[in-house]
Design a binder for this molecule. Structure first.
Ligand code: SAH
Ligand code: SF4
Ligand code: F3S
Length: 467
């Protein structure tokens, strides 16, 4: 996961009376689940007459969908709000209104504090309450400063408009689908259990319906999302207990759905059925993001991960036996309180043993309200910096080695979007790499057989093959 920002232009643009419709600009911080939520907030607002715009200047409503995971992520929100305040003032001087909304995990975690620190904000709305956006904006227009962060008693998914096929068609051939939210694991460094609440799984029928709509809207690849996606559980068609593995077998039956992925999974929830799904399902891509955070048992224990390094390595073995071509990705934290040089060496050793195709690594960031914040022995900033540098050098080397090892391979490529050059497209490999190919825009959505001919620093290059 990265602190990616994504903007998107959605749906209802076509045919809308542009002069009279209200426009919303949504800026997304944080994880893929926020990317999904931004799309769904756009849907909720579309039913209220808003169209999304990718220009902040022309927006009547600017919505920040925020992330609280590390201090830096949360700080970004306040600096963005500072700039928006100036913009709002300037607009007001010209007699034009502009509303500001804060959604996402900072909204949930800081609520009132945002209204206090940022007087220009009109609405603060949490990740479990955003289906109430239209009503919240109405109240704000009537002069109220609205805060909607109580954990919803109702299920937001029941109250959101259904995924719109026409809108989906404009969004592209890959899509996210949240199947599980929240977390009960309480790792001692992490804010997610506080910002997203306890673990909730969406029911099977709701997921199958949404997946089918996406596919009918032209989507070829769906990534199932959850803070703990493999903790998903539900009732099968006959009321039997189902886990994520069963769900994947079911979704793989949807005609036209070519590829499935899921993220983020926790090592403790990788059950046999899920591993079997990796063995059996052609549609399930051979790529798995399985964060371990650290390689030292002492630190894993202090983090409350509730498994050892050896448990993790055994699990990787079982997954690789089931699906030998699987590529692994992970998350790491360096400098957790009490981490010694020896502990950190254990992390490096674990990375050497596993061999990651991709990874994200972070300096430990103390988060208010988490148990980690109260631990003594915080690691000094410069030590964290040195460790991060060493770890990232190793991970980057592994990533490059993996990319190099793909050269010469014949693979299926899902063509996703225009490339940098005319008549060039960017596609995704089964292992989630970006691949450049000479192809026409009309081929977006096709899955083609290609040979990888070169590996660049951030993407691969391919040519067509006959297979
Ligand atoms: N549910 C996932 C992780 C979600 S948060 C899991 O259990 O693995 C995404 C990543 O952010 C985490 O894997 C972790 O590496 C990082 N992260 C979370 N809290 C952090 C903190 N306080 N400081 C630094 N990195 C953190
Ligand atoms: Fe955070 Fe741990 Fe839950 Fe992942 S499993 S979201 S790291 S508390
Ligand atoms: Fe950030 Fe919330 Fe996702 S804290 S990582 S946006 S769940």
């Amino acid at each position: 996961m990265t602190d990616q920002t994504a903007t998107f232009t959605a749906a209802a643009k076509a045919g809308a009376d542009i002069a009279n419709t209200r426009k919303v600009f949504i800026k997304t911080y944080g994880c893929q689940m926020n990317v999904y939520d931004s799309v769904r907030m756009g849907d909720a607002l579309a039913s209220d007459g808003y169209v999304t715009t990718d220009s902040m200047e022309e927006a009547d409503l600017v919505l920040l969908n925020t992330c609280h995971i590390r201090e830096k992520a949360a700080d970004k929100v306040y600096s963005a709000l500072g700039r928006l305040r100036d913009m709002k003032k300037e607009r007001a001087a010209n007699g034009r209104e502009m509303m500001i909304g804060v959604a996402g995990c900072v909204a949930q975690a800081e609520g009132e504090e945002i209204l206090r620190r940022a007087p220009a904000v009109d609405v603060v709305i949490g990740p479990q309450t955003y289906h109430r956006l239209p009503q919240a904006l109405k109240r704000a227009r009537a002069g109220e400063r609205v805060i909607e962060t109580d954990y919803a008693v109702e299920d937001k998914f029941e109250h959101l408009p259904k995924v719109d096929k026409a809108a989906t068609r404009l969004r592209g051939v890959t899509a996210f689908l949240t199947v599980q939210e929240g977390c009960d694991k309480f790792c001692t460094f992490c804010v997610v259990p506080y910002t997203r609440g306890s673990e909730v799984s969406r029911p099977l029928a709701q997921i199958v319906d949404e997946a089918s709509r996406l596919v009918e809207g032209g989507v070829r690849e769906i990534t199932l999302l959850g803070q703990n996606v493999n903790a998903w559980h539900g009732a099968g068609p006959k009321g039997e207990a189902w886990g994520l593995g069963d769900l994947l077998y079911r979704l793989a039956e949807i005609p036209g759905l070519a590829r499935l992925r899921y993220t983020t999974s926790h090592p403790r929830d990788m059950d046999d059925r899920l591993i079997e799904a990796h063995r059996d399902l052609r549609a399930l891509m051979p790529y798995l993001h399985l964060p371990v955070q650290a390689g030292s048992d002492r630190i894993l224990k202090a983090m409350n991960r509730r498994h050892t390094a050896a448990d993790y390595l055994r699990l990787i073995e079982r997954i690789r036996t089931a699906r030998p071509d699987i590529a692994l990705s992970g998350d790491f934290i360096v400098g957790f309180p009490g981490e010694t040089d020896a502990d950190f060496e254990d992390t490096l050793r674990l990375v050497e043993t596993v061999g990651y195709a991709q990874a994200y690594s972070f300096k430990y960031s103390t988060r208010p309200g988490t148990p980690g914040a109260d631990l003594g022995a915080q690691v000094e900033e410069h030590v964290k910096g040195e460790r991060l540098e060493r770890l990232q050098a190793l991970l980057l080397k592994q990533q490059q080695d993996f990319a190099e090892s793909c050269v010469g391979k014949i693979i299926d490529l899902l063509l996703e979007k225009p490339g940098r050059m005319p008549d060039q497209l960017i596609g995704r490999s089964p292992w989630l790499q970006s691949v450049n190919l000479d192809a026409k825009a009309s081929q977006i959505g096709d899955i083609v057989s290609v040979r990888i001919i070169a590996a660049g620093p951030n993407s691969l290059f391919a040519e067509r093959t006959e297979r």
